[in-house]
Design a binder for this molecule. Structure first.
Ligand code: HEC
Ligand code: HEC
Length: 474
């Protein structure tokens, strides 16, 4: 077989040698072709792609889509961050408090003298004024502060990066170079929203009181957010069932923040993929979760039985005058950037055992049947990558909160990051499946072993785990 392929290659090279010059000339408007020695003609598609990726990065990291109207004007988070001593309310948010709720600091936004001062412990990380200085430098990942002429923090907004980026801890835990697309599993979104001195608007929307809203927000914990709460008001899964056994009651409805890397080639996205793909979800999140100014259409949200809050508030019909729309024009570049984000590549010997992983590879597409759904090398099905809850042996609570009652075959590229707990607090490592019900990859494998009665030996289970840790996305 191999020799045959080499033969074809050889023949192709010879033929290519004869027709090569003509072929290059004929395609000179389409490819990066050579016109004259040393001169490369630019490909408009490549140039466009590069431009879109760079624009998309800027949007992903820094664009609030005008959501200050919500996080600042309505929730008044800026007042809580500043604290009474700096013209806000309450004790304020010091850098240490910000790091404790999982916010990250971008070392590349810090001037050298400040970096030296942090290294030498000369910066007061317990003073909210330091947080304000960091916001002025645009160094807090995913949070944009606006300052008035007197230097007072007048509003804040959030960007995609707050949830879908972390840092590499190069300077200190929580302070380092940005890692775009990496889910921030330290980020306690609920605790951050709970800093707001005024949650009455959220309580009104959900038809409840502020105390209840605060209880729900506190239930989420690090690395989780409930994107459907503001559609259906369902805060808790009454019964979590795994392999026919009740594994929890009143489990918070929040899901783990997924990675925003390694997504190219996927059809449906999000845990319950029936919502749509990347551009659908970006429009959804920017309008309905971040509360930016834009346009959004999805008549499925008119289903009052399923999405009472969304239907009542017309969330499927968000209209903004095109001149005031701060989201729609950004969707193409934003999509491009996410599709361009590679998954991290694990290192043999450090992140996984090479020999064991090779044996696990055989099991993955053989005895363990994983490849039936997580098709190599996409790690999801080319096509309709969605499954009924019963097919993967878990309850339907989260699936039923989305249009089709299904779960998406999740991407496995870069999953070693979570198993190792890379760049996250040790207590937040691991956690797999949408609600993090499995602590380790071995727990996941044990679940499938039971569900599909695979009869895997302990050695085989270990090999499969090593293989899972070796995966990255194409
Ligand atoms: C407050 C945290 C938060 C913010 C802000 C946020 N997301 Fe997400 N994102 C999530 C959560 C949680 C999910 C999973 C939702 C679900 O499945 O129900 C998700 C899902 C996704 C997915 C699907 C990933 C996959 O594996 O299928 C993509 C892509 C994504 N977000 C991109 C973005 C972009 C782009 C932005 C900015 C416009 C953004 N997110 C803002 C928390 C957030
Ligand atoms: C019937 C299709 C199907 C088969 C077969 C299958 N999976 Fe999955 N897998 C899924 C779905 C769907 C999810 C998402 C579960 C959720 O949303 O909670 C998932 C999630 C996972 C996750 C967690 C991903 C994350 O980000 O938390 C891992 C790890 C995994 N599968 C590994 C495997 C292994 C190993 C096998 C073989 C033993 C396997 N899967 C077989 C459909 C399948």
């Amino acid at each position: 077989m191999k020799r045959y392929l080499i033969g074809i290659l050889f023949v192709t090279l010879i033929i290519g040698g004869f027709v090569g010059f003509n072929a290059v000339n004929a395609s000179s408007d389409q490819g990066n072709s050579i016109n004259a020695p040393g001169q490369i003609k630019k490909d408009p598609a490549v140039e466009n792609a590069q431009q879109l990726v760079l624009e998309g990065r800027q949007i992903f990291r820094f664009d609030t889509f005008g959501d200050e109207a919500f996080w600042g004007d309505t929730l008044k988070l800026h007042q809580a961050i500043a604290g009474a001593a700096n013209g806000g309310v309450g004790p304020g948010v010091s850098p240490n408090t910000a790091l404790a709720v999982g916010l990250k600091v971008d070392v590349d936004a810090l001037p050298q003298p400040l970096i030296q001062d942090i290294k030498k412990g000369r910066v007061n990380l317990n003073d909210p004024a330091t947080t304000l200085a960091l916001l002025k430098l645009n160094a807090v990942v995913g949070i944009n502060g606006s300052f008035d002429n007197s230097g007072k923090l007048s509003s804040v907004g959030i960007t995609c990066a707050i949830c879908h980026s972390t840092v590499d801890d190069s300077l200190a835990p929580g302070i380092g170079h940005r890692l775009d697309g990496w889910a921030n599993h330290d980020l306690n979104v609920g605790a951050i929203v709970n800093l707001s001195p005024d949650l009455s608007s959220v309580a009104n929307l959900l038809g409840t009181n502020e105390a209840t809203v605060r209880t729900v927000l506190n239930s989420w914990g690090p690395g989780k957010f409930d994107a459907e709460l503001f559609l259906d008001g369902k805060a808790f899964n009454p019964q979590q069932v795994t392999d026919g056994v009740v594994t929890g009651t009143n489990v918070p409805g929040a899901t783990l923040i997924p990675n925003a890397f390694g997504l190219a080639g996927f059809n449906q996205h999000t845990w319950t993929g029936a919502w749509g793909s990347v551009p659908y979800w970006n429009a959804f999140v920017a309008n309905l979760e971040m509360h930016g100014k834009g346009t959004f259409f999805d008549p499925r949200l008119d289903n009052a039985a399923k999405f009472p809050i969304a239907a009542q508030n017309g969330f499927g019909h968000i209209r903004t005058n095109p001149d005031d729309d701060l989201i729609t024009s950004k969707l193409p570049a934003l999509q491009f950037y996410q599709l361009a984000l590679p998954s991290p590549v694990p290192q043999p010997g450090i992140d996984f055992n090479k020999e064991a992983a090779a044996r696990g590879d055989e099991l993955f597409s053989g005895k363990a049947q994983c490849n039936n759904c997580h098709a190599e090398p996409l790690w999801t099905e080319p096509g309709w990558n969605l499954h009924k809850p019963s097919e993967i042996g878990i309850d339907s609570f989260e699936a039923d909160r989305a249009p089709d009652g299904v779960y998406k075959t999740m991407n496995l590229g870069g999953i070693f990051v979570r198993e190792r707990g890379l760049f996250m607090k040790p207590e937040n490592k691991g956690r797999f499946y949408h609600d993090g019900r499995f602590k380790t990859l071995l727990d996941v494998v044990n679940h499938y072993d039971k569900l599909f009665t695979l009869g895997l030996t302990n050695q085989e289970k270990g090999d499969l785990v090593e293989y899972l840790k070796s995966l990255s996305s194409p």
